[in-house]
Design a binder for this molecule. Structure first.
Ligand code: ZN
Length: 202
């Protein structure tokens, strides 16, 4: 067995584990990740919230009722909790959208949206990228870490047809993968999509 195989086998076993989860078990895992983050009303962004008896949440400021995942990057109604965990694992493993959609049992467009939200969530965690992704890219590329540019070139070669608008998101993904140095990313990615989407001033 090569070292390469030794690295990839544990994550594949974890994928098998996620595939065996029930929706109830997956929901509990997702709820746990959401509850580690501050609860925020998705409508008025108020923090004065409370748990309702029906498992939903309520806002004391605007009075609305909402689900735990509302207003977060993982708030895509067509994706079940189980599919989300599988999609996150597929992203961690570097599978493409086609493979991930098959694993998670969702349409390709949905898997694409999930992957995009993971990347948006990663970018949103970085204040520089959140303010202006172009500045983030420029800072990273003009003063790169050793070996990063090669890594970036190799990793992004797999994404054919990437639009210029999307490019900064892929660079951020590469930065996160590069800095992780092969360490597991699943928990970080889960926390990232469980985070609230930032307030956009339109
Ligand atoms: Zn509210």
């Amino acid at each position: 067995m090569t070292n390469n195989h030794a690295c990839i086998l544990p994550p594949l076993a974890e994928l098998q584990g996620l595939l065996g989860l029930s929706e109830t078990e997956a929901k509990a895992r997702i709820a746990e990740a959401c509850l580690r983050q501050p609860l925020q009303c998705p409508r008025c962004f108020g923090r004065e919230t409370f748990a309702r008896k029906n498992g939903r949440c309520g806002c004391r400021q605007c009075g609305c009722a909402f689900d735990l995942v509302d207003g977060r990057w993982m708030s895509i109604p067509s994706i079940s909790a189980r599919s989300w965990l599988i999609l996150i694992k597929c992203f961690e493993l570097g599978l493409n959208v086609r493979e991930a959609s098959r694993m998670a049992g969702v349409p390709r467009s949905t898997a694409y949206r999930a992957f995009r939200n993971i990347r948006l969530g990663l970018a949103a965690q970085d204040p520089v990228w959140a303010a202006d992704p172009r500045i983030g890219v420029e800072a990273l590329i003009s003063n790169p870490m050793d070996g990063f540019l090669n890594y970036l070139r190799n990793w992004t070669a797999r994404y054919r047809g990437m639009s210029p608008e999307e490019y900064p998101l892929y660079v951020k993904e590469c930065q996160v993968r590069f800095e992780a140095q092969g360490q597991p990313l699943f928990e970080r990615l889960l926390a990232c999509v469980a985070a609230a989407k930032p307030i956009r001033v339109v």
